[in-house]
Design a protein around this ligand. Sequence first.
Ligand code: NAP
Length: 277
Amino acid sequence: MAILVMGATGAIGRVLVERLLESGQEVKALTRDATKDTGLPAGTQICEGDFRRPDSLAGAIQGVDRVYLLADPGAVHGLVPYLRKAGVRRIVTVASAMLDERDDNGVVHNVIEDAVKGSGAEWTILRPRAFASNALNWWRPTIRLHRGVHWVYPEARLSPIHEADVAAVAAVTLAEEGHAGRTYTLTGPESLTQAEQVRQIGEAIGATIFYDEISREKAKEVLTSQYIPEQIVTKLLDMLESMVGTAAPVTTTVEELTGKPARTFAQWAVDHADDFR
Ligand SMILES: NC(=O)c1ccc[n+]([C@@H]2O[C@H](COP(=O)([O-])OP(=O)(O)OC[C@H]3O[C@@H](n4cnc5c(N)ncnc54)[C@H](OP(=O)(O)O)[C@@H]3O)[C@@H](O)[C@H]2O)c1
């Protein structure tokens, strides 16, 4: 039986497809446009479908018993029962803490996590704390433009994780037994300030990058102008503010599950140097 990788042309999905093929799994890769050049490795079965229209997944889901699930909160309630009905027995997903909501009793709910946990499937939730690739969204345009970033809280500490490590953990939990009903908090190997991360990107591209600290209000303006919902912007800025002057938690889960230490941010910057040049 095959594993269906949703978001297979995305940052995590692409590496996940490679890892699964390397370990001898049969892989089906989902994209909304199977006619485009996906750049996925030979041996991948490319399937077309849209997670917002579960019926469009009829072909993709054939012969599949495990799924790396990617969905948005509005789509997940239609999608998960569809997958179960089609015979999927294991679901692994990446949850974003930005979607967490606390109810009146202080219990945290996350729409995607709750749908997966309530599905009756063997589920595993991966919870990366901060993605190294956020640097692409936050800093790439101005680093490319004038070797600078205009960003908040230079002293906020994060433990950013390389997308390849999220993919490596996803591959293990999809292919191996013993991970059902587990939620894994994933981080990179070290706690780094945002200023240190920017400096390491500079080292990777051989340039000095200036860090122009902007106010929270200005950052909010910038982020909302990028059509990011205000609620998410507020959560992101609250999270960054709370990390000023405090070490970011670091977990050893990547190494425990994959047998290899998590990649450093410096390594991520080298891997993505061309994105910033
Ligand atoms: N990378 C980060 O920095 C970051 C940060 C926080 C959270 N996350 C979470 O991590 C998860 C995966 O992130 P990622 O970075 O690997 O994703 P990504 O690079 O943004 O790629 C998402 C992929 O999903 C596919 N997709 C989008 N809408 C779809 C739809 N309606 N139906 C089917 N496929 C669709 C797209 O493929 P096609 O265009 O080929 O269809 C795209 O390649 C997401 O849940 C994201 O919220 C990521």
